[in-house]
Write a protein that binds this ligand. Structure first.
Ligand code: GDP
Length: 609
């Protein structure tokens, strides 16, 4: 097999904050692509706010560092299992991976999935134990933890024989011995050149599978991927083979390679290298750009199936359009359809109503990231309760089952097992590991909805939980859902402290006093099982001036404010989460109490607005 020696394609697997951005900056600085003295305040491989909040990488970006005449293409990988499709696409372009771990924390459960994928795809692994400058670090122990993890993930013999590099990205060095500081990161670069093979040089007619999409206001849509076979030239005529087998003949315009973090115009690029192409406006991820005369598609990109669905609707609450710029069904539809081009694990179905879409995704996290992104882009929308996608089989209904791993302090393990068992989880493994109790379960995807929240509360935030889809299995029967009713506003207006105060014993509010509310909005949780309609807009009768003034002195406990994910997991079948740039509100689908009483099953009304 012929390999190119002038290129290395590598992916970095790292938990957020373990130092990936810092390391990439140092590599680019060392290889002269970028002068650290000119460094802007923002590091350029830096994640967006959302990623930082969630502790995972969502979008992948490419950069290229040139060292000893070799172009090292560094492909960023998304860290979370909910992005299984993304992970596989990215890893397919790489011939090896750098596993970067913090010398104190060690490998984190969130990176397990990506590492196991990389191992199963036969990628060579180079391990970097970073932050060895930290006082309480334990580099040797962490190296052993990585080794154990790789064994557990069934790494092949040559994969277990991985080189380990120690260093401090912050201080700009990497070397073979953590006790001996080196002057720079060249040791790491040499190890990459030595241990990670160059890409295969496959001769023959052109084949290039589109694995990512970019957009530029000047040149339009840009297709990114690795040239698998042959060569590609700027301005060349090609055949675009679509997923459905249809073929379009067209001319590509510009061709780009990567240099540092920039795209660089090129005339020709050959097999093994990563490139970007402009001029083909209509394409999808997975399409193959191939030879004009003898077009040949590459195997389709395999995707993890969606396991969950949610209704997305236009915002039709009384507060619609107050904050967002994009609020119509047309705008919602276009945005969702655009998302499906890049977000391969996402599916959007239209429904009988033009205002309602059924969106399928990989889990609550996957869907909540899309919603949060849209919210930041100034969209308004409402979403219904997440549902798992079941399948029919000759033996009855099947539902998605997940592997759930929880690490928690030993004294909480009883509570944790109890919680998961109540949700139809089955304990499969229990052993002390690294000072914590390590628990493994199989649990229906349904049982995970809302679990993280109550688990963190019950374990004082100390449980680390990680799950991934395992298989479809027989339906496990009903799982107990929310056992409390909600408090629903009966009148629109301003929530008055006096009125809220009177209800203090009745439940816990989700809103602060003074908030504008509408009829049918869920304003709090009832302490009992049934829903309760409450009037928060009634002020105390003004008998005299002093009495009116005393309203201000009412002391209320702080409202329980939910994150988007928490709200999505909280709502019942007949409720929506309303999302606007400035607010996350809960509401009944039917706002009027008389309507709710009239309809036998309010959860079914959403289609018929
Ligand atoms: P990323 O989320 O993996 O991209 O992590 P960053 O590169 O943004 O680093 C996260 C934090 O760790 C930042 O505050 C860095 O300054 C710090 N950091 C990165 N590398 C090192 C290191 O080698 N030693 C120490 N002490 N801190 C580091």
């Amino acid at each position: 097999m012929k390999r190119r020696n002038d290129i290395r394609n590598i992916a970095i697997i790292a938990h957020v904050d373990h130092g990936k951005t810092t390391l990439v900056d140092k590599i680019l600085a060392y290889t002269g692509h970028f002068d650290e003295r000119d460094k802007p305040v923002d590091q350029f491989m830096d994640q967006n706010d959302l990623e930082r909040e969630r502790g995972i990488t969502i979008v992948s970006k490419n950069i290229t560092a040139t060292y000893k005449g070799v172009n090292i293409n560094i492909i960023d990988t998304p860290g979370h299992a909910d992005f299984g499709g993304e992970v596989e696409r990215v890893l397919n372009m790489a011939d090896g991976v750098l596993l970067l771990v913090d010398a104190f924390e060690g490998p984190m459960p969130q990176t397990r999935y990506v590492l196991s994928k990389a191992l199963s795809l036969d990628k060579k692994v180079v391990v970097i134990v970073n932050k060895v400058d930290k006082d309480n670090c334990r580099p040797e122990e962490v190296q052993e933890m990585v080794f154990d993890l790789m064994c557990e993930l069934e790494a092949a013999e040559d994969q277990l024989d991985f080189p380990t590099i120690y260093g401090s990205a912050k201080n700009g060095w990497m070397g073979p011995d953590y006790k001996k500081q080196e002057p720079d990161v060249s040791y790491l670069l040499d190890q990459i050149l030595e241990h990670i093979p160059g890409p295969q040089l496959i001769e023959g007619t052109l084949q290039f599978q589109i694995t990512a999409i970019d957009h530029s206001n000047y040149i339009g849509r840009i297709a990114i991927g690795k040239v698998n076979r042959g060569t590609i030239k700027a301005g060349q005529m090609i055949s675009l083979v679509k997923k459905d087998g249809s073929i379009q003949k067209l001319r590509i315009k510009e061709l780009f390679g990567f240099k540092g973090q920039e795209r660089e115009s090129r005339e020709i690029i050959s097999a093994g290298d990563i490139c970007a192409v402009s001029g083909i406006e209509k394409f999808e991820i997975g399409d193959t750009i191939s030879d004009l005369e003898s077009p040949e598609a590459m195997p389709p990109i395999t995707m993890d199936e969606p396991t969950m669905s949610m209704l997305f609707t236009v915002n039709n609450s009384p507060f619609f359009g107050k904050e967002g710029k994009f609020v119509t069904s047309r705008q919602l539809r276009d945005r969702l359809m655009k998302e499906t081009e890049k977000n391969l694990a996402l599916r959007v179905e239209e429904t009988e109503s033009p205002e309602v879409f059924n969106v399928h995704g990989r889990g609550v996290l996957h869907l909540s990231i899309l919603i949060e992104t849209m919210r930041r882009e100034s969209y308004e929308l409402q979403v219904g309760k997440p549902r798992v996608l079941t399948k029919e089989s000759p033996n009855g209904k099947l539902e998605p089952i997940e592997e759930l791993v929880i690490d928690c302090p030993d004294n909480f393990s009883g509570t944790v097992i109890d919680m998961v068992t109540k949700r139809m989880g089955e304990l499969e493994k229990m052993e002390p590991r690294g000072g914590m109790m390590h628990l493994e379960f199989k649990v229906p995807t349904r049982g995970l909805i809302g679990l993280k929240n109550i688990m963190l509360t019950a374990t004082a935030g100390e449980a680390i939980m990680y799950h991934r889809f395992s298989h479809y299995g027989p339906w496990k029967g009903e799982i107990e859902s929310r056992n409390k009713g909600v408090m629903i506003a009966s009148e629109p207006g301003e929530a008055i402290p006096f009125a809220m105060n009177k209800l203090q014993e009745t439940g816990h509010f989700f809103i602060p006093p003074g908030d504008a509310i509408y009829e049918g909005q869920i304003v709090g949780e009832h302490s009992r099982e049934n829903d309760l309609v409450v009037n928060l807009t009634k002020a105390k009768k003004l008998t005299n001036i002093r009495a009116a003034g005393s309203d201000d002195k009412v002391k209320l406990p702080p409202p329980k404010v939910m994150s988007l994910e928490q709200a999505m997991e909280y709502i019942a079948d007949d409720e929506y989460v309303e999302i606007t740039p400035g607010h996350i509100r809960l509401r009944k689908i039917l706002l009027k109490e008389s309507d709710r009483k009239r309809v036998a099953n309010p959860a079914l009304v959403h289609i018929k607005f």
